[in-house]
Design a protein around this ligand. Structure first.
Ligand code: UN1
Length: 491
């Protein structure tokens, strides 16, 4: 088993801490590698390296930055099998999705590398003659990227890719469940030609390493994906220091099925949306809102399809649902299942931890479906596991009311054959992402990604919007009249 250190100024160093932790395969408990529990001192060293590297990286032509990202993407493409397996081994999503995670990372790096030749500003006329105005996008400086475990390649690439193309230098803290994916990403970017000090990695607990990143005065922006509680804490601390903050937090994503929908398609969609990645996506479908006219038929189809899902070794391509990511995740999900039963929701299938044979070595939970009343905790709180609540509604208005009556607003979906209903839903659903006749998961990298309400603070990742999170806009006025011209002064 390899022992990693912290990666600072282009080299792997021993951490200031003696403490280490192992990253483990959630399907069988196998330890994959060991990483340091980084300290405040490690973060300070990483910031120092990033500050030193910044002036040169800022002047590094953006198209050349793009070439490095493009090369990293090509290297990842060539190693996609191996990297996909690593994702699956470290966090437990099934192998097709492990490779999908890598593909999403590749897609974004390729996409954002092109921004190196755009990074567009505006040019406008002036109110005065012989004067021109324009805007420049400039890097912010040293930025902190704090990433989650559920997309250990894709989400870090969204953040690092956008921060790098914009000319920032980085202190990167990955989730403690997936440091190996992070280390591999750093190695790839180094081999692709990223100069020393531009990207620095410190692993370790959120309350030490994350906290040090948020509190360090030289880190001028923090980008975070994770829980609402952690996001709130980061936002309140960082905003007091007037830092730029980008937050992508939870979801309680609804899929609506209207009585005119293609039902087979809608059931296919909810199976993928609710149980893909064992429900551990911010975008996972956790509420199915079904019209009463087709409720019985929809339930019949949904339950028989769900019962036939194969749960097991995520490296086996025949398996549909892998383990959840950790013992802590497992406890939290099982507790929500108990809460659902206690508050009177009807458990229609699943509901248990799987045991016996290979299941005893990992964290496996049956795909679980409740028939619930809107307002129960399981219909309102993020569970982040393979648990779906089904809610019966009478009409479109009630469907939208239920869909919107939660604190989150990341993804949403409606299945309907009525074009007017579809267009109304595009406007009515309170979410950063809405799908028509498609599941709540599977956003593509060239569109902005993020949510409304407690899902975030208005920032968007992916798409060209990603650049806004990591750039300052400068307005420039060029006067070539060779005399003093006074704006706003009318003589
Ligand atoms: C996340 O769960 O944080 O839309 C990201 C999707 C993926 C990204 C999910 N493309 O499901």
């Amino acid at each position: 088993m390899k022992n990693y250190g912290v990666y600072i100024n282009g080299e792997w160093f021993k951490s200031a801490s003696e403490k280490t932790f192992a990253t483990k395969n959630p399907a069988n408990g196998e330890a994959l590698a060991s990483f340091p529990e980084g300290t405040q001192e490690d973060v300070a060293r990483a910031v120092e390296a990033a500050e030193k590297a910044f002036p040169k990286w800022k002047r590094f032509p953006p198209p050349k930055r793009g070439e490095i990202l493009l090369k990293a993407a090509a290297m990842m493409r060539a190693r996609k099998e191996e990297l996909g397996e690593m994702v699956t081994k470290e966090m437990g999503k099934v192998i097709a999705e492990g490779k999908g995670d890598v593909q999403e990372a590749i897609d974004f790096l390729e996409y954002i590398s092109g921004e190196g030749r755009r990074l567009l500003g505006e040019t406008t006329p002036s109110e005065l003659p012989s004067k021109l105005c324009l805007t420049l996008k400039q890097p912010i400086g040293v930025v902190g990227c704090i990433t989650p475990w559920n997309f250990p390649m894709a989400v870090p690439c969204w953040k690092l890719g956008a921060a790098l193309i914009s000319g920032n230098t980085i202190v990167y803290k990955p989730a403690t469940l997936t440091p190996l994916c992070a280390a591999r990403l750093v190695e790839i970017l180094e081999q692709a030609g990223l100069p020393a000090g531009v990207l620095n990695l410190v692993t370790g607990p959120a309350d030490v390493v994350g906290e040090a990143i948020v509190q360090h005065p030289a880190i001028r922006a923090v980008s975070f994906t994770g829980s609402v509680a952690a996001g709130r804490d980061i936002y309140s601390k960082a905003s007091r220091m007037l830092k730029r903050v980008g937050l992508e937090l939870g979801g309680k994503n609804p899929q609506i099925i209207m009585d005119d929908a293609n039902l087979e398609l809608a059931i296919e969609g909810v199976l993928f949306g609710a149980f893909g990645t064992a429900g551990q996506r911010c975008t996972a479908t956790s509420r199915l809102i079904v019209h009463e006219n087709i409720f019985a038929e929809a339930m019949g189809k949904l339950l028989s399809r769900t019962r036939s899902l194969k749960v097991g070794d995520p490296l086996d391509p025949r398996v549909d649902v892998g383990p959840v990511a950790s013992g802590e995740q497992e406890r939290k999900i099982l507790q929500y299942i108990r809460i659902g039963i206690e508050e009177g929701a009807k458990l229609l299938c699943g509901g248990k931890k799987l045991t016996g044979g290979q299941y005893d070595r990992g964290f496996f939970i049956e795909p679980t479906i409740f028939e619930a009343e809107h307002g129960m905790r399981i219909t309102k709180e993020e569970i982040f596991g393979p648990v779906l609540s089904v809610i019966k509604i009478r009409n479109y208005e009630e469907a939208v009311m239920v869909a919107n009556d939660v604190e989150y607003g990341l993804s949403s979906s409606i299945y309907t054959a009525n074009v007017n209903t579809a267009f109304r839903a595009m406007e009515d659903l309170e979410a950063g992402v809405t799908y028509i006749n498609a599941p709540t998961i599977g956003a593509e990298v060239h569109l902005p990604f993020g949510g409304v309400k407690n899902t975030g603070n208005g920032a968007r990742e992916a798409g060209t919007e990603a650049i806004h999170e990591f750039t300052e806009i400068k307005s420039v006025f060029i006067d070539f009249s060779e005399k003093l011209q006074k704006a706003q002064i009318i003589e």
